[in-house]
Design a protein around this ligand. Sequence first.
Ligand code: MTE
Ligand code: HPA
Ligand code: MOS
Length: 751
Amino acid sequence: MNNIDSINHVRGKSVYLDDIPVQKGTLHAVILGSPVAHGKILHLNISKAEALQGVVKVFTPKDITGINQIGGIIEDEPLFADGEVHFNGQAVALVVAKDEHTARKALKLIDLKIEEHEAVIDPRTAKEKGLLLIPPRTFRLGDVASAWSKCDYIFEGKAESGGQEHLYIETQGAYAYPVDNGSIKIHSSTQGPTAVQKTISKVLGIPMNRIEVDVARLGGGFGGKEDQASGFAAMVALASFVLQKPVKLSLHRLDDMRMTGKRHPYSSDFKIGLSKDLKILAYQTTLYQNGGAAADLSPAIMERTLFHSTNCYFIPNTEVTTYSCKTNLPPNTAFRGFGGPQGMFVIESAIAKAANELNIPAKKIQERNFLKDNDEFPYGQIAKSVNIGNCLNSANKLFEIEKTEKEVAEFNSKNEQFKKGMALMPICFGISFTNTSMNQARALVHIYQDGSIGVSTGAIEMGQGVNTKMAQIASKVFSVDIKRVKLESTNTSRVANTSPTAASSGADLNGNAVLIACNELLKRLKSSAAKMLNCNADEISLKNELVLKNGQATDIGWEKLIMTTHLSRISLTENGHYSTPTIFFDKTKEKGHPFAYHVYGTAIVTITLDCLRGTYEIDDVLIVHDFGNSINPTIDKGQVEGAVVQGIGWVTMEEIAFNKSGKLLSNSLSTYKVPDIYSAPKVLDCQPLETEGPDFAILKSKAVGEPPFMYGIGAFFAIQNAIKAFNPNYKIDFDAPLTPEKVLMRLYSKA
Ligand code: MTE
Ligand code: HPA
Ligand code: MOS
């Protein structure tokens, strides 16, 4: 089953925000972003800009009809800077004009004077100054303090991981217009239509039922539109509401890069203790999250960092503390993995450090400490159906890892300029929003009189193929051709109170809601068919668009069944509601059972390093991944491939640079490098682990969106191993991304 959107995508026919035909008289908006990262606004004069011909209005905080507040978790973020600015690019005003060109011209006529203050861009400095977004949190298991004395080896170190630009192909934007009764309709490129609706409701001061948010699809989100689409949508909605005109905003790439938050950089201290036989007995770490100028989703991201800080290992004594630090960067936000990769990078660094000091392969420590069934996670959940060992066993067989290890060693002994490096990257990722209440979804299913089916859910299609999966579920329940099923746009008037499509749980949550609605309709159809055939409903089944009685074909086809059911005045519409059972979390104890299940897998990453130039190529990434019983292997494989390359980009070439005063230097695609086809692995082989799949996954098909991102982390350690093979004086350190420039310095470092 291919992605139902593929054909329109490759023909350029799929409609994204900027493709929506706009109404006559649509106005265009551009944002004035603060030119400095921190300061006091001394003076803001918009009169010259407003006087420019074609400019309709310049919006500032005083034009807000509701409240100047867009913070989702914590109310700490104004829509327009009021009195002070806290990051470079922060919205100060919005120019609305007859066209974009005029609006841009008017930007230059705004007279803005800011008294610049010192900018804090480093999280540890922020912590020292007491600048925290929320109080710190600690997860504990066992007793680290008393465990150190039992360790034969103890190692300490520091790990740094960098930010990451989402670089969705479609930039942020929204298009709003007034409709009847003082209401507003808005198309937004968002992963969270309800978040957009709520934010607009606050900013405009009108109830949610007056705001209809509609999303056909996104040209990528990757977490960057879970929360951050809301501010842009609110600006457009405000302008449209006040002016009673259609208004559109579609960010230029450079504005998008400058104004939006990214993956959180983290700086961490770790301490790891092992026994002689390589059991990790104790692990302690403190992580400083660079949150940026407002909380945004940082508290939830910090929480997931805690959840994944021991990756797929059982460590009986663990203590992990995280600080969410307030800096003068754009508020950092969700990005594939949601803080998990940052936590996992630190434990993998600690293991690599221990392996280096003990002069053994990291794999020995990794394997020795894999989670097993009934082990306890630091957050209290008991591990069940743990597949990490199975994935490695299967990878050993399929990919002959030991043979490859020997080949790498042999290559390195024979070559001077080129060295190879290998690393094992096992993963464990929890599925469910860590905030239990968000694990719910609804679906609205209509069967029309002609037998065609319309499905609406709260899920956003952003390239991950969720719409195809939803269509598959409906077509499977009714046993009809998938061409009969149409996925409607995601619309807050059809499906309300949605959680964002995030946490890899879009298909699980919304798919289960579709399943519930379709099964209820199926029940009705069966009893209707039973009446037509004068039998009991339990004798009826549907197969290949035909009604069967006791397994035998009848002359009633799908279309006849539907029309007859409708004429009998039976509803062909159903609303399904799903909420994940059994999950809970008690924040006062930091213990619970937050995840429906975990996704496991392991990757072996091999790279070749040019030791003259510091450049490297990814030879292969060999994976055994636990998909459960995948409902769409083609889409799921695509998710793995995309995620792996995105993960490799994060730890190798994607380097975000701010100068000391908080100005983004890597502000375009010539200074910020993402992997292209040449930096993708030459071989990416992902084999599924043979398993049944957990009950809480949709049709036992496990969530797939984020977990494979973490395989990419293996590239960091593979490159590190190649550097070690070249330079015996290299003192290993953990500073991601490991760009060719940094590699070169480490290749020739002298102790
Ligand atoms: N794949 C594509 N093509 N585009 C995206 O924006 N986002 C990722 C992942 N895969 C993304 C993607 C992220 S961050 C998440 S949380 C999941 O998809 C969300 O979709 P799902 O819950 O349906 O898996
Ligand atoms: N994952 C992703 N997005 C989220 C989460 C989460 O656990 N919680 C809130 N938004
Ligand atoms: Mo994904 S970071 O949960 O949108």
